[in-house]
Design a protein around this ligand. Structure first.
Ligand code: LLP
Length: 432
């Protein structure tokens, strides 16, 4: 019935997540409130891990892309599930470190890592640093030399695949701020430099073709392009790179019209094509890393709000205002992202009006959804927006000095706070 398996309607007619009544959660913890279903997160990680084990005999790693949702308990869960983590900043790395995350399973990304980031990555002993450009390669080599360390690196390659048009338009993807371009020869030149660089060990390559992708073809194409390039490297330099990181990007269900494949199916199709390509090239199959973010946490999360004013403008539209908005979910104002919303305390009633859900910021564009079906609603109702587990909390802000909501994790009929709600005092803590 809903976009996520962890959601249901209970005997009170309320929306439930796991075994918890969302209306009770809203009353216990206050709104706005992020709620995440822990078993769903663990299940997604396990499914990915199982499909790596089943499809890649030479082994591999599921590195959760923590930009999707980053706080200490997330890293603990990921570590407990035997997975790795992709981090993109000193802040994410620090959070992982504070959670005791095993650093050898960390992949450090970013197109403009600072020298401080690079130093921190070496101090922490992260597993792989994914080098994005020649300046960074040089800086990393110098810093590693100074510190008496050796950095194990991947090079981020831009394989020239435009996943979002489904037509593999090469020029489209050449125009990217990320990575070394394959078609221009920059990628091969970077490989040769990395091989020679002091205090650097080149372990493999990385690519990431986009996000919220439903079609398996671009993933297959990327894997084939990368293996072909690894074979070219072998021919030109005699070096057989042992690892390949294929990034993340698997799509999730935000609304009833989204139909993602089961992750295991994506993985089987991509692995099959990749293995075929490696056989054709007679290339030893590399250790595979994947970096799912959205598909690990997205449908595990919901956000709960309390409805305030309802403003009906005859023949124009009805605005339903809630006590959150763009600071806790900037994805509608940024990308016009579609979401499913419902009134949690009337989840068993038909959604027979069409409304626009407005946030509480002084900004006309602060909307959570326009022209969306909703149950009849009145002030005090609890509104739930579904599939908000990815890129909501992690992209939240304090715009209009709104404190960030708490994150509550549910497991069966139990719930616990994993990130406390910010207070007004938190807002002025760094003001002088
Ligand atoms: N690996 C790399 C190198 C990435 O850049 C990303 C996402 C991922 C993995 C994870 O991709 P996922 O599995 O989550 O699709 N803020 C946007 C999404 C930006 C994604 C950036 N990179 C949104 O809210 O839709």
């Amino acid at each position: 019935m809903f976009v996520s398996d962890c959601l249901n309607v209970n005997d009170k007619g309320h929306l439930s997540i796991g075994g918890c009544d969302t209306v009770e959660l809203a009353h216990t913890y206050g709104t706005p409130l992020y709620v995440m279903d822990e078993p769903s997160i663990r299940q997604a990680l396990r499914e990915y891990k199982r499909s790596i084990d089943e499809n890649y005999e030479n082994g591999g790693m599921v590195a959760y892309a923590s930009k999707a949702c980053s706080f200490k308990e997330m890293y603990r869960i990921v570590a407990q599930e035997g997975c790795g983590a992709d981090v993109v900043s000193g802040g994410e790395l620090y959070t992982a470190g504070q959670a005791g995350f095993p650093m050898e399973r960390v992949y450090f990304h970013g197109n403009n890592k600072t020298n401080g980031d690079l130093r921190m990555a070496l101090e922490y002993g992260v597993g792989r640093i994914v080098v994005d450009n020649l300046y960074e390669l040089e800086q990393l080599s110098n810093i590693a030399r100074e510190m008496g360390k050796t950095a194990a690196v991947y090079l981020r390659i831009t394989p020239g695949i435009d996943a979002h048009t489904h037509s593999f338009i090469r020029t489209g993807q050449i125009d990217s701020k990320f990575g070394f371009t394959l078609q221009t020869g920059d990628a091969m030149a970077a490989v040769k430099k990395a091989v020679k660089a002091d205090n650097i060990t080149l372990r493999g390559l990385h690519c990431h073709i986009g996000s919220q992708i439903f079609d398996e073809q671009p993933f297959i194409h990327a894997a084939e392009v990368m293996l072909t390039f690894m074979d070219e490297i072998r021919q030109e330099t005699g070096i057989t790179l042992p690892e390949l990181n294929l990034g993340g990007g698997f799509g999730i269900r935000y609304t009833a019209s989204d139909h993602p494949k089961a992750y295991g199916d994506y993985m089987r199709l991509v692995a099959g094509a990749a293995k075929k390509k490696a056989e054709e090239l007679d290339f030893p199959f590399p250790y595979i890393v994947i970096e799912p973010g959205r598909s690990v946490v997205g449908t595990a999360g919901i956000t709960l709000y309390t409805v305030g004013g309802v403003k009906e403008i005859p023949d124009v539209r009805t605005y339903v205002s809630v006590d959150g908005g763009m600071p806790d979910n900037p994805r509608y104002i940024l990308y016009q992202s579609a979401y499913t919303a419902l009134i949690a305390n009337k989840a068993d009633q038909p959604a027979d009006q069409v409304v626009t859900i407005a946030g509480r910021c002084c900004e006309s564009g602060d909307l959570l959804q326009e022209d969306t079906p909703l149950q009849f609603c009145e002030p005090g109702d609890i509104l739930a927006v579904l599939a908000t587990g990815a890129y909501n909390y992690s992209m939240s802000s304090n715009y209009n000095r709104l404190p960030r909501p708490a994150v509550v994790m549910v497991k069966g009929d139990t719930s616990r706070v994993v990130v406390k709600a910010e207070t007004f005092a938190d807002l002025t803590r760094n003001d002088v």
